[in-house]
Ligand binder design. Sequence first.
Ligand code: FAD
Length: 422
Amino acid sequence: MIVSAAAHLHAPLDRRVLAARSPGGADTVVVAGGGPAGATTALLLARQGRRVILIEREAFPRPKPCGDCLSAAATGLLRELGLLDAVLEAGAARLSAWRVRSPSGHVCHGRFDGVSALALERRVLDAVLLDAAVRAGVTVVRGRVLDLAGAAVRFRDAEGHERVVGAGLVVGADGLRSVVARRADLVRRRPRLRKVSLTTHGAGPAGGLAHGEMHVLDGACIGLAPAGSGRFNLTLVVTHRHAGELASLGPVDFLDAWLDRALAVRDRLAGLSLDRPYLASGPFDWPSRSPVARRLALVGDAAGYYDPFTGQGIYQAMEGARLLAVALEGLSLDDEQALSAGLRRYSASLRRLKAPARRVQRLVEAALAGPRRADRVLRRLAAAPAAMDRLIEVTGDLRPAAALLSPRLLSSFLFPPASEVR
Ligand SMILES: Cc1cc2nc3c(=O)[nH]c(=O)nc-3n(C[C@H](O)[C@H](O)[C@H](O)COP(=O)(O)OP(=O)(O)OC[C@H]3O[C@@H](n4cnc5c(N)ncnc54)[C@H](O)[C@@H]3O)c2cc1C
């Protein structure tokens, strides 16, 4: 299955692709980027009968720095898109809960209500999604998008030649540092270096966990979770204060130094080897001014990103793609007015998806800022399991953010039985 997507990415450019007609003349969509946002957008637009060309700079399967855990809501979305079986067959692990450990060792558990979330290494997941797009009729071209020329895209192909492909609609799904967003002047400001991350994988007992773990430390967080097929994902995220230390120590010694401060993780990894090289990422904070412009839409991280802690990015990338497809359903790209109206509908529904999640991310970040506060909050959550379950369901996109505001829930968190707060 994965082989067919990889084969497409290595294939020489198809002349017919380059003959795509000029902007506005054709019902052609050019998608930049083949991660979850790009692959899902391309798949859904191809299913609408549109001609879709996807340009991806990497040969798949390719690694991607990520915690590899999908929001619980992604399970239902994958089912709705007809992709769940392929993701399970590719070896996805099932997660029924998250455990969060405070700096001084308080542990709280949050369970999903009757749903299991999935976890799968991104090199596998993304290849499965791109492969589904190829099978839906999407033409995948290996190349690096360089620039926009009106509604056409200039890119360098795998042989190093510069090409231009015309489109009725350009979709920027090229991730955090989106070239499309920058060239279309849709990035609100330069990113802030708030955090940086290192990700690695390995095989061993942690790959068999039925839950994910977050270890909150002073100035860092370590995530440990299964990544499918007996493998596990280990991701360290540190605040910008430690970025210099990462540069001077190098990734291997830097991660080692943090594992010495997280002995609960160190113990689990005893005797296991970690994949090299480690994957680094950051900065994460890329706000966008708007996810749409004339004949252009941004999807996934390209449309704005804040922070990886709550692990909602893959779901939001795929759900954003679905929202775009719904907004474009039945309209001709030749009809510029109808297209603009469709893009405005997409922009509004994407805001409804992202804004509440962003507020919860900021709330969680503020609650865990500093070891003393993180200890206090996590100790209370350990004594208020219903509040913790609800938080995990909200960050798993199973419930709206407003579900955190129920008076009963808030009081169970603010005034837990004294005997349970130790
Ligand atoms: C440390 C870390 C941990 C995370 N953990 C989680 C988690 O556990 N769960 C979760 O849901 N989310 C997590 N996220 C977020 C998640 O990884 C992203 O939100 C998700 O990958 C967004 O998908 P995307 O398709 O928008 O972008 P990407 O997955 O980044 O895909 C973009 C694609 O575009 C291609 N591309 C880029 N530039 C060009 C170009 N110029 N031309 C052509 N192609 C290009 C890239 O090669 C890539 O394939 C994490 C992020 C980080 C950094």
